[in-house]
Design a protein around this ligand. Sequence first.
Ligand SMILES: Nc1ncnc2c1ncn2[C@@H]1O[C@H](COP(=O)(O)OP(=O)(O)O)[C@@H](O)[C@H]1O
Ligand SMILES: [Mg+2]
Length: 604
Amino acid sequence: MNHTHEQNKIETNDPDPSPVSFTELVRGLLADQFVNHRYRLIIGFIALISVDFLQLSIPLLVKKAIDSLAAQEATMTRLFILAGAILAIAISVVALRFVWRMLIIGFSRYLERHLRNRIFSHILSMDQYFFSRRSTGDIMAHGSNDLAAVQMACGMGMVAAVDALVLSVAAIGFMINIHPTLTLFALLPLPFLALTTRFLSAKLHRRFNQVQEEFAHLTEFARSAVVSVRLIKAYTHERSQVENFDQLGRDYVHANIRVALIQGLLFPASTLIGNIGLLIVLVYGGRLVIDQDITIGDFAAFTTYLQMLIWPMMAVGWVANLTQRGVTALRRIHGLVTSKPILVDSSHSSSALPATSGFRARNLSFSYPESARAQLSGINFEVESGIIGIAGKTGSGKTTLCKLLVRLYPLDHQALFFGGRDVNEIPYELLRSQIAYVGQEPILFSDTIRANIGFGIDEVSMEKIEKAARDAGIHQEIIDFSNGYDTVIGERGITLSGGQRQRIALARALLYDRPVLVIDDGLSAVDTATEDFIVTALRRRFKGKTVFIVSNRLKLLSMTDRILILEEGRLIDDDDHQALLERNAFYQAMHLKQMQENEGLSHA
Ligand SMILES: Nc1ncnc2c1ncn2[C@@H]1O[C@H](COP(=O)(O)OP(=O)(O)O)[C@@H](O)[C@H]1O
Ligand SMILES: [Mg+2]
C-alpha cells in the first residue's frame, strides 16, 4: 500500500486531534450536558462536600472525648452524647454518599449515553468513503473505550477531584490550627505518595489495556476458528489450532497476573508512605504532648487528620491519569463526530430532475482511497436507454463501475454524466432517488417477505408488491409457502435459496420504480429459464429507461441491447452480443466454455 497516496487523498477528512483546544472540546461536547443537568450536579456536589465536613468533624468530637477523659471531668451522659453525635454523623454520611453517587455518577452515565448517540447518528450520516477507511467494528470499539474514559473522568474523576481538594484543604487547616510546625513535618512524605500513585496507576492502566487486547485476540481467534471450522477440519489443522488457542489463553493469564502485580503494589506502597508521616507525628507530636504544647486530644485528632490525607494524596495521582485519558478520549470523539462526509453537494447543484435516464462516461478513472493503483481507467461510453450488460473477469472492475453509477464514491468533475448533467452537480439524494441498486449479496432482514420487498417505502399496496414479485419471477414460489407473503425469512423463519434471495432483492428494487436499475451480478443464482422471464419483464418495465446488469452468462448477455466488456479496469469492448461473438476474444472464450458446460450437462 502506498501511504503518501492514501494520505494525500483523505487527509482533509481525517479526524485530527491536535488543533482543538480544551475549551472548545468542553464547549462542543460537554457544556450543554453540564447545563442541562445543573441541578442534579449542584445537589450532588453539596452532598459530597457535606460528607467531607461531617467526616472532618468526627476527630473534633473524639478530641473532646479524650480531653475530658484526660482532665478527669468526663461523665457518662457526656460520653453518650458524643457517641450519639458520632453515630448520627455516620448515618448521615451513608445517606449523603448514596445521594451524591446517584446524582453525579448518574450524570456521567447520561453524558456517556448522549455522546454515544452523537457518535452513532454521525456514523449513520457518513458515506462509503468513511467506512472504506475504517471498519465499523473498529469505530464502535474505539468509541466504547473512549466513552468509558470520558464517563470515568466526568464521574469518579470529578468526584475524586472535588473530594480530595475539600478534604485535604480542610484537614490541613485543622492540623495547622492544632500545630503549624507539626503539620509541616507530618506533610513532608505526602508528595511522594501522590507521585507513586500517579506512576503506578499509569502503569496499571497500560497493563490493563494489554489484558483487554489479549482478550480481544482470544475471542477473535475463537470466532474465526468457528467460522472456518470446515476449512480447518478439511486440512486437519485442529491440533495446531488448539495449540494456538492455548498459547493465547496463556498470554491472557500472563497479562492478568501483571495487572495483579501492580494492584498488589499500589495500596501497600501508599500505606507505607502514609505511615511514615504517622511515625513523625508519633515522635515529634509525642514530644509536644510531653511538653504540654498540645493536648492528648489534639494529638489523637491530628493523627486522624493525617490518616484522612492519605486518600486525597492518592486521588491526586489517580485523578491526573483519569483526566489525561478523558481529555484524549474526548479529542478522539470530537474528531469522530466532526469528520465530514466527502460526498457533499456542490454549490452548483440544482434540484431539477435530470431530463433523461442516460449515462455518459468521459475518460472516467477511479481508484479506491486505500489503493495505489487505478481500479478503473479511461472509460468512455454513452448510454441513452435500454438494457446494458457488463461483463469481464473477476476483479476487472464491474462492481466498482456499478458503485460509481450509484455514486457511492466521489468522482472527478466532468467524468460521469447522468441525464446530461455532471453527477457532481446533481444533489446526492436526488441522484440516489433515481437509481435502484441490487448488489452481489442480497441484504434481507429477519422479517416477512412482504416487509422485505416493501422495505423503505411507506404505505405500499399489496398489489404493487405482488406485481414487483411477479416481474422478479418469485411470486409463484412465495404463494407456495404456507404463509405466502407473510412468511418470515431469516433466522426466525424459513431459509431461502440463493436464487430466491436474489429475486426478493430484485423485487424490492423494482418496487422503487426508479428510472435506472443497476444489478450487480444479482441474478447469478437464478436459473436460465427464470432469467429469461426476468429480462423480458425488465424490458417491459424499463421502456425508455436504463438497466445495467453485471453478468458473465452468455444467455443473459445475449438478451441485452449492448455489452460493456471490462478488463483490468479498462473498457475493452462495447457492442451487442452478435458483434462481440464475432470479434471479442474474451467473449468468444466465454461462449466456448459455457457451450461445453451445457453439453456436459446434457450428456450427464
Ligand atoms: N474497497 C476497495 N478498496 C480497494 N480496492 C478495491 C476495493 N474493492 C475492490 N477493489 C479492487 O478493485 C478491483 C476491481 O474490483 P471489482 O470492481 O470488485 O471487480 P469485479 O466486480 O469485476 O470482480 C479489484 O482489483 C479489487 O481488488
Ligand atoms: Mg463484482
